[in-house]
Design a protein around this ligand. Sequence first.
Ligand SMILES: Nc1ncnc2c1ncn2[C@@H]1O[C@H](COP(=O)(O)OP(=O)(O)OP(=O)(O)O)[C@@H](O)[C@H]1O
Length: 816
Amino acid sequence: MATRVSNSGRPPKPKGQKHGKQEIRQQKRKREQEDLQSLEARISDLDIKSTEIKLFSDLPLSQPTTSGLKASHFTTLTDIQAGAIPLALKNNDILGAAKTGSGKTLAFILPVLEKLYRAQWTEFDGLGALIISPTRELAVQIFEVLRKVGRYHAFSAGLVIGGKSLKEEAERLTRMNILVCTPGRMLQHLDQTAGFDADNLQILVLDEADRIMDMGFQRDVDALVEHLPKSRQTLMFSATQSKKVSDLARLSLKDPEYVSVHESAASSTPSNLQQHYIVTPLHEKIDTLYGFIKANLKSKIVVFLSSGKQVRFVYESFRHLQPGIPLLHLHGRQKQLARLEITSRFTSAKHSCLFATDVVARGIDFPAVDWVIQVDCPEDSDTYIHRVGRTARYQSNGRAVLFLDPSEEAGMLQRLEQKKIPIQKVNVKEKKKKSIQNSLQNMCFQNPDLKYLGQKAFISYARAIHLQRDKEIFNLDKLDLDAYAAGMGLPGTPQIKFQKGEDIKRIKNAPRANMSSDSESDMDLDGPKEKPKKTKKKDEVRTKYDKMFERTNQDVFSSHYSKIVDDQDNNDDSDDDFLAVKRRLNDDDLDAESRKAPGTAIKALDLGGGEAYVVDSKRREKALKSKKKMLKFRGNASKLVYDDDGNAHEIYELQDEDDFKQEGAAEDLRQKFLEGETARVKEADVDDKALARQKKREKKEKRKAAERAEFMDSGDEAPQLVGGGDGDDNEDPLALLRSLPIAGEEGGSGDESGDEPPRKKAKKWFQQDSDVESDAGKKSAKAKKKSKGKGKVFEVQEEPETLEDLEALATGLLDG
Ligand SMILES: Nc1ncnc2c1ncn2[C@@H]1O[C@H](COP(=O)(O)OP(=O)(O)OP(=O)(O)O)[C@@H](O)[C@H]1O
């Protein structure tokens, strides 16, 4: 029998084989239909009140989800998962509230996967699920859990958090079934991206719902919901959730089920969390923090401060002091990739100290954090709960310390008591107290950029306190700001100007999002925001110091100086800033000021070389700034000659040859000149020697004084300054900065390098009141130390390293 050969050269497939494949496909589809029907039947039979549901295997879940859970080593349900998942599988809207670290993420990810699976969602159906998070970091984290647990599903999933051009993101969006996003960026796409809509959306999730629904995001959420179909399922989760009717109406939740697993519990914080507070005056806070870090070098610590500027100042100054633990810092103003990089570095670090704003207060799941330190008091008890929730997650132990100024103690304790938060007072051991004020002062003196950063940090702190609503806790008048500025190493207290009247009322009543210190929103920074226009003041006079600092602008921190000056200038124009540094005019400023004719717009323009030209019109000012036109003002060129001492002389100063000959024979004149000079040198030599002796004496005295001071200050760690550092006038003030690694980079000051020399065991840094009374405390301290570190959660999954890795995974994300 002859075999038919096709054009491709391959023998044609026998008819029976073709039919066989079709049959297999049909059988597979039939099996899937049967599986689906049995899944639906199991869901409708599911008793949501059953207390028997303890394991994921007790739930009616699809095969791909069950395999994903198994591969991620999840077997037992947490309370919130047991409460919320059955209800969500039955298509209910949910309002879920559970303590930090209790597993809320899985409680909404499983319903999302199951919803789309049961709807047999394909790539052609478009966007089926939208998960909204208030921060980028949290969105990335949710995305990773989705990637892990959903690995055997065939959905596509994407991350929409900005950081890429809208166009680039838009190209991929239309192919996604599940999106994890921040509200601002998502809204931008829904408004602007052609061909992308959410008309088919099946399920909407809001993680950290209370924060998303907070004033700052209300408008974005309202607008976002406008784009979504009404017939959808909605799940809202948070650690501290209110049941605000307005929020529910806004999201059109239909008879939502409230699932709260800590209402009946004794406290709203995890029971495996030990909570302490220390009363430390504002000006000693930095010292106390430094002492704490030095005593806990083998720990993983998150330190919360009130603003990005505070974070930067403490991070930069501690980095110079090299405490001996890798330091990291995170705040909302950093570039997105840097933020993600730092988050992942801290996640994988064994011992590290992360200085952060509230950008990481919510939801972020850093594994095995030993300590959460709140150096600046949180704005309310909810923020306190979220911050301490970065430790003691799931079943691991953790400890938290809150620093309180004496003026904040009573008010804050009352707020914590209302939330049944068990917190115990501890005192710093006298022996362990350290002052780094001298070192900070020294650093600020050596390094003006650090000083300006400190001044900005000081202002942002004062501003944050002033804007706090809870006046029973926060009262600027009760804080010793002069001492605080000195404690930060600043040469004086930056002057703060208060605006009075209507403006202050308006700012006080401003929503919380606008209130965040330094108008630095730590949350979603992607939304379309108008940049404040920088208006150059008409009659601005630039001093030589201004110019000097502009020149140093290439350096990392010099911009802070310009910002201080800018802020001050903007302050005059804008109603928004009601606190500002009033920079005192120095002599040069006054000099320049005095050139201004009173009551006119005339100003002095310094064009270098010490010459000042009066500017009385714009045209003249422009002409003066043009080099070419300046030649007109400079007159004709003249020739200069230089003598042996390097002094310049006009050419006509040189003597005529005939005049010279009249003075006598050249040889006689030379001899006379030599004798005169020899006598002068001898005289000068005696003076020089005396001067050299005096200098030597002075140097010796200076050195001795420094040694004495060091001896007196032996408890303090001297700053390790580059390039000598004994105040040499010729020293480059920026040398210190230039020699250091750029923020967040490896190496250098021992920050990020993992290889630390072995150290002695850190001694307990604080004492509880009971410790003072008996020695038994010492033993209990040892026991506590032993228990620390048990039951930590370690990630075993290989993590994608960059955003690109994540994006690459995103397109075919959930393919099996
Ligand atoms: N069923 C489970 N079994 C084991 N570990 C779990 C389970 N569910 C969650 N976890 C782990 O618990 C940790 C905390 O989970 P998750 O981040 O979801 O908490 P959360 O309630 O969202 O916290 P927060 O309120 O701070 O956002 C994670 O490391 C997660 O992997």
